[in-house]
Design a protein around this ligand. Sequence first.
Ligand SMILES: Nc1nc2c(c(=O)[nH]1)N[C@H]1C(S)=C(S)[C@@H](COP(=O)(O)O)O[C@H]1N2
Ligand SMILES: [Mo]
Length: 263
Amino acid sequence: MKIFQRPPLNDVDADGVLAEARKLIGRKIEQPARRAFLQRSLTMGGLSLLTGCSISDNEGVEAALTTISRFNDHVQGWIFDPNQLAPTYPESMITRPFPFNAYYAESEVLQIDEESYRLELNGMIADKRAWKLSELRAMQQHDQVTRHICVEGWSAIGKWGGVRFADFLRRVGADTSAKYIGFKCSDDYYTSIDMPTALHPQTLLALTYDGQPLPPKYGFPMKLRMPTKLGYKNPKHIKAIFVTNTYPGGYWEDQGYNWFGGS
Ligand SMILES: Nc1nc2c(c(=O)[nH]1)N[C@H]1C(S)=C(S)[C@@H](COP(=O)(O)O)O[C@H]1N2
Ligand SMILES: [Mo]
């Protein structure tokens, strides 16, 4: 499991790092509420958590800034803008092999049984009947080739296919005036997202990777794929989805990662 240390503030040029971060991240933050939120959350520890880098030495500061600059170059054009679509790419640009990441090693990836699997629904949803995988496969499927960005400093292009999450939410009668959608995963990971992102046309309940059923390491039987959000916001091995007005947090979010984590 990865643990990010909070460095002592006097070891680093805190003002310099924060000024740079605000310049890079802050530029796209138009809404006053979000600006206030980021100003509150972008503390020194928060910066190291956001970047996943130790900033207790010069090398760490360099790495943190490189990560933020990379965000600036590749991401800032769209990831912090809720009104834009994330870019899509030709299949020739797919990263092979696509990286695996989780809070544990690849050898510990769960093997979920397809026959007994049921997707559970809870909270502000009219029809809470559990779903079989075959029923989800019978809904209209969409494919997209998008970039996944992990705060550990890598990004990769992949192809995911599945049901538009907005279609699914409407089908089950989710209350789309609610604030949050929460996800519980079979590996005890958990996260939550805002309703506008849940309804975003590129948000997919992904059942396939590169045209094949989602392999275990990429989250079988399903993951939520959001090209407008950072990697840790994309839950794999989803076992339950709930709609709520009570802030559900998340595995990394509860350890200081930015909750919004994207557009
Ligand atoms: N269930 C679950 N989902 C998860 C994680 C996890 O540990 N467990 N890690 C997150 C992080 S930090 C990343 S970068 C991506 C990695 O997805 P990949 O293995 O398809 O690259 O999954 C995200 N979703
Ligand atoms: Mo990640």
